[in-house]
Design a protein around this ligand. Structure first.
Ligand code: KIV
Length: 268
């Protein structure tokens, strides 16, 4: 009998910097999490992108703490090795450090995940520091932060030297506050590499070029389950959307022509 795989920790993710590139993905449900974990993905983020991928919202803002707790608990049940990170939804940590502590603590207690992700750079450092000091590992998120969609839109961030310097300052502040890694989203490729070189924690890019310490993609985008929506930075590795449509059409035809169920699908 083979031994169960050794559970990874946020600290192990930090130690991957400069040793191996980190291939992270989002996950939202038990079965997909199990498959991604078995494929060796070391970090699974239960992103608040669940709002757009599974729940049909236009953006992530309507996602609630309860939505995130339910999906994260399901992912945790499917995983034996990967670090599972719960994305804290809009307005569950922004109001105050106390609010962040209370809700992130609840996330850890209710789901069994190992870390939380919160958005924001320099200005978020006090909350990150308080969380880490109280035993809650934090994954930072800088650059394009989707919970600020009403301010930032979906524009590439960090264009121009002043904005680039601010992003580097953001990454350094998140590192100094104790985050074990940081996601950087939608910045020019050369800036992704500069930010990665500027800090000792892994910088995990999404639309931030190949110079980052790792990459993260939304699993539905990677699997071809996002319909016509395809940002430039996404590579589609499987066309499951087309397969699901074809399977449903074949099933419909079989039922209509009485080709299904056959004798082998029934009971004596
Ligand atoms: O919610 C999410 O999926 C994310 C990733 C895009 C990093 O925050």
């Amino acid at each position: 009998m083979s031994n169960p795989p050794r559970k990874l920790t946020p600290r192990a993710i930090t130690a991957m910097k400069g040793v191996e590139k980190i291939a992270a993905l989002t996950a939202y449900d038990f079965q997909t999490a199990r498959l991604l974990d078995e494929a060796g993905i070391p970090l699974l983020l239960v992103g608040d992108s669940v709002g757009t991928t599974l729940l049909g919202y236009d953006n992530t803002l309507p996602v609630t703490l309860l939505d995130m707790i339910r999906h994260t608990a399901a992912v945790v049940r499917g995983v034996r090795r990967a670090v599972v990170v719960m994305d804290m939804p809009f307005m569950t940590y922004q109001a105050s450090v106390e609010q962040a502590l209370r809700n992130c603590g609840r996330a850890i207690q209710k789901t069994g995940c190992q870390a939380v992700k919160i958005e924001g750079g320099e200005f978020r450092a006090p909350a990150i520091e308080a969380l880490v000091q109280n035993g809650i590992p934090v994954l930072g998120h800088i650059g394009l932060t989707p919970q600020s969609i009403q301010i930032l839109g979906t524009r590439v961030q960090g264009r121009g030297e002043e904005a680039a310097r601010q992003l580097i300052a953001d990454a350094r502040a998140v590192e100094a506050a104790g985050a074990f890694a940081v996601v950087i989203e939608a910045v020019p490729a050369d800036l992704g590499a500069r930010v990665s070189a500027a800090v000792r924690i892994p910088v995990i890019g999404i639309g931030a070029g190949p110079g980052c310490d790792g990459q993260i993609l939304v699993v539905n985008d990677l699997l071809g389950l996002s319909g016509a929506f395809k940002p430039k930075f996404v590579k589609v590795y499987a066309d499951l959307g087309a397969q699901v449509s074809a399977a449903a059409a074949a099933y419909k035809s079989d039922v209509e022509t009485s080709a299904f169920p056959g004798p082998e699908h029934g009971y004596e």
